[in-house]
Design a protein around this ligand. Structure first.
Ligand SMILES: [Zn+2]
Length: 685
């Protein structure tokens, strides 16, 4: 579902993740500073900094200074280190599977082992070079008219290529018991539509670099007149970008809900024969489809009318090679990294091969690998402790909702009802995904990747018209991340994030609540953020707020928008208030509810500086800030500000604390305080 290029795009449905999906990768062990095994790590702090002035530096200063970003990464923090540990474990599992001579044909062990083997078999990959794509490239060469173009687009979509638009499935926003088809804007090679339209010098330079990169890729394909072709590709993508919805608007479920009948789709896009397309992808009887961004599809229609077939061929070749390059021979891998790694995110070198193949195998058959992973890592005790923590925090939020002074009784009743209906998943799925229809061989890595993409494409579309599968997980168990899914009204914490230093069954409540408690609260309050609040307890897009409460809620969220627009991420680049408000609100809500839970547990007992010379409250805030200790490259900061609904780690800490009176009480007051003036502080929960 999350393919390589559209990790930049939003999920097809209303899902709020803790971190951008796919943003975490793996590491260089020698660069890791000591990770605390129990509670906070005093050696990572910088006591020379006043906590109330810059708490991020105070809690992490020494670590940040001593821990440069490894060359292969665009950012490096505690969560990356956890992910790295997981990758090493997965490598062990995959190598073992690959060497297992007794693995039965067709078994998951055999499949993941073969997939990994094919990716590590560089001799074969170099020998094959472009051969795995030759049939598809020939088909593109043979395109003669719009019918051929559509037919080839349908084939490329099955392989996960981001040509023109994307199609998948999702719950009907207004009837969460039904799964329907979902069409979304797409077709771009740069991370977001704004990259094509921004007028600042940095964006202009990046566009020139992108056009040069597209040209070089076409040259590697053996195309003549590559520079001229890449300019035409840029013109097509720019026109599609101009018709695309802004990512700030994409957050609004009402703006991306346009259920249409086939006849309406045909009317919207007369130059694209939907009936034939649906037949070609094997889903003729799709029924009503949600068209996320009708304006985009109208722009696409205009382009289909205007652009020559010759230019469309170049465009499709570019989209195909752009998706495939990381899995092909070295010359393609290197050129791809040159732009998407170095230019766009500031990485200095590519990840070692094994890490890239672990990630690809994980993406292709994550739950097959995950089954073995949880056996090694996730204990029943960890699950019990995590469940207990969630229960306590949920109870706090329930009491909080019951006592909020800004919410009317009517809205409050609905809010509590929604909270009570909330589903919870911890660790790993009860039922594992069935990969029996996926064919994997040792022969060709590229073909394995294409087969896995095709498997996933149809797995998604096959859900249409069937009952909603409430057992499904959107993340694999080994993922260091978490999510709230509005249409299922559930919070999910994979085993991957439930480990030290984020969650330590051996650590005390103060430190666990600061790190993991905040994350649990973050996901819980997503049910009530700018996006989640539009869905009811059954996962339907429905207005359950009174108009007055709605207004009061929006006024409070607007404070957060304004607050984050005030932060300079890098140079003169600021956060987009509307893009980050939901995540920032969840950070604030999460830390607030976790803090209230701690106060409840501690009761009226006098607070002692009992561990490392800190009170439980102090350790709570330090533990929170240390969970987000991260160095970020400037290029990546720019990318995050443009496309990521999450603020950068530094501002997830500083921006959250700036609103919290409890923090000021614990570490303040002081001159040059990081706190917002009282009237600008947001208080939701
Ligand atoms: Zn979130």
């Amino acid at each position: 579902m999350i393919r390589r290029r559209n990790v930049f795009a939003a999920f097809g449905s209303a899902v709020a993740v803790l971190l951008v999906a796919g943003s975490l990768s793996i590491s260089q062990p020698q660069a890791i500073a000591a990770v605390p095994v129990n509670g906070i790590n005093v050696a990572n702090m910088d006591p020379a900094v006043k906590p109330i002035v810059d708490f991020f530096q105070y809690a992490n200063g020494t670590w940040l200074k001593k821990t440069p970003i490894p060359n292969e990464y665009d950012k490096w923090g505690v969560l990356n280190i956890l992910n790295d540990k997981n990758q090493t474990l997965l490598k062990g599992i995959l190598e073992k599977s690959s060497n297992d001579k007794t693995a039965a044909a067709g078994s998951n062990t055999k499949k993941v082992g073969d997939f990994y083997f094919s990716g590590m078999n560089t001799a074969q990959i170099e020998k094959d070079d472009l051969a795995p794509l030759s049939e598809e490239l020939k088909r593109i060469d043979d395109i003669k008219n719009l019918e051929d173009l559509r037919a080839e687009t349908s084939r490329l979509h099955e392989y996960g290529v981001n040509a023109l638009f994307s199609i998948s499935s999702g719950q009907d926003f207004k009837d969460s018991t039904k799964v329907i088809g979902q069409l979304s804007q797409g077709g771009l090679g740069l991370p977001d539509r704004d990259y094509y339209t921004n007028t600042d010098d940095h964006s202009k330079t990046l566009r020139d670099q992108y056009v040069a990169h597209v040209g070089k890729m076409l040259e590697l394909l053996g195309e003549k007149d590559a520079p001229a072709k890449s300019k035409r590709i840029m013109e097509i993508e720019t026109a599609l970008a101009e018709g695309s919805m802004k990512n700030t608007d994409m957050r609004d479920p009402d703006k991306v809900y346009h259920k249409m009948k086939l006849s309406e789709m045909e009317e919207m896009t007369p130059h694209f024969a939907w009936r034939a397309y649906l037949k070609e992808i094997g889903h003729s009887d799709m029924g009503d489809v949600n068209v996320g961004q009708p304006e985009f599809f109208k722009a696409m229609n205009t382009q289909l009318e205007k652009v020559s077939i010759a230019d469309w061929k170049s465009y499709l070749k570019w989209q195909l090679i752009n998706m495939s390059a990381p899995y092909l021979s070295q010359r393609f891998v290197d050129q791809d990294f040159e732009f998407y790694g170095k230019t766009l995110t500031g990485k200095k070198e590519n990840l070692p091969r094994w890490k890239r193949i672990v990630t690809a195998t994980d993406k292709a058959m994550g739950e097959a690998v995950g089954q073995e992973y949880v056996e090694v890592t996730f204990t029943p005790d960890a699950k019990k402790r995590a469940l207990d923590l969630v229960k306590k925090i949920k109870e706090t939020l329930r009491e909080d909702l019951a006592s909020l002074d800004w919410m009317s009784e009517k809205t409050r009743k609905n809010a509590v009802e929604k909270l009570d209906a909330l589903g919870l998943k911890i660790g790993y799925p009860d039922k594992w995904r069935d990969y029996s229809k996926l064919e994997v061989s040792r022969d060709s890595y590229m073909n394995n990747v294409l087969a896995a993409d095709k498997f996933e494409f149809h797995r998604q579309l096959d859900k249409i018209g069937k009952p909603v599968d409430r057992n499904e997980w959107l993340m694999t168990p080994q993922t260091v991340n978490a999510y709230y899914w509005a249409e299922q009204n559930e919070i999910v914490f994979p085993a991957g994030i439930l480990q030290p230093p984020i969650f330590d069954p051996a650590a005390d409540d103060a430190t666990n609540l600061g790190a993991m408690g905040m994350i649990i609260g973050h996901e819980l309050t997503h049910g009530f953020d700018d996006q989640g609040s539009k869905f009811d307890g059954k996962g339907n897009l429905k207005d359950w707020w009174t108009a007055e409460d709605q207004t009061r809620f929006k006024e409070r969220v607007a404070l957060i928008e304004k607050q984050y627009e005030g932060y300079k991420v890098i140079d003169d680049v600021r956060f987009k208030g509307k893009l980050v408000a939901g995540e920032a609100a969840a950070d604030l809500g999460g830390l607030t509810i976790a803090y209230k839970t701690l106060e409840k547990i501690l009761g009226d007992d006098p607070r002692k500086k009992d561990v490392n010379g800190f009170t439980p409250e102090q350790r709570f805030f330090i533990s929170f800030a240390q969970a987000w200790a991260t160095n970020v490259r400037p290029e990546k900061e720019r990318l995050m500000a443009a496309t990521d609904p999450h603020p950068t780690p530094k501002y997830r800490v500083l921006g959250t604390l700036a609103n919290m009176e409890a923090f000021e009480k614990t570490f303040g007051p002081g001159d040059k305080s990081l706190m917002l003036p009282a009237k600008e502080r947001c208080q939701l929960w």
